[in-house]
Design a protein around this ligand. Structure first.
Ligand code: ZN
Length: 126
C-alpha cells in the first residue's frame, strides 16, 4: 500500500485529493467524482455532498461578476463585447474551480467526521 497520509482539508479541497490517502484522483471529470479511489479504494459514491457548494457559488460568483462588471463600466466603459470576452471565461473558470473545491472540501469534511447515513439496527441508539 502506498503512503496513506491523510491530507489536510485545504489541500484536499484545492487539489482534489482523496481524503484518505491523498491521491489526486477524486474527480473523474470537471466536477464529477470518480466512483472510487484508484489507490486506496475509498468509495467516493458513498458520500453525499448535496448541492451546498452550488448554492454558495451562485451567490458568490454572481456577486463577483456583477461587482467586476460595475467596476469595469465605471473605470473604462468598454464596448459590450469586452464584458463578454472577460466575464464569460472568468465566470466559467471561477464556477468550475469553486465547484470542484467546494465538493472536495465537503467530501473531505464528511470523511474526517465519519458523517454519513445511519446504517445500524437501531438497538444502539440511546
Ligand atoms: Zn485514496
Amino acid at each position: 500500500m502506498p503512503d496513506m497520509a491523510e491530507p489536510g482539508l485545504v489541500p484536499a479541497a484545492l487539489l482534489g485529493l482523496c481524503p484518505r490517502c491523498g491521491a489526486r484522483d477524486l474527480f473523474a471529470g470537471l466536477a464529477h467524482f470518480a466512483p472510487r479511489c484508484s489507490t486506496c479504494d475509498l468509495d467516493f459514491a458513498s458520500f453525499n455532498v448535496g448541492d451546498g457548494p452550488a448554492a454558495f457559488l451562485t451567490f458568490f460568483v454572481g456577486a463577483l461578476m456583477v461587482g467586476l462588471a460595475g467596476w469595469m463600466a465605471l473605470r473604462w466603459d468598454p464596448a459590450w463585447w469586452v464584458y463578454v470576452l472577460v466575464l464569460t471565461p472568468l465566470g466559467l473558470g471561477v464556477t468550475t474551480w469553486g465547484l470542484r473545491a467546494g465538493k472536495a472540501a465537503l467530501l473531505a469534511a464528511e470523511y474526517r467526521r465519519r458523517a454519513g447515513e445511519y446504517r445500524g439496527s437501531g438497538s444502539d441508539l440511546p
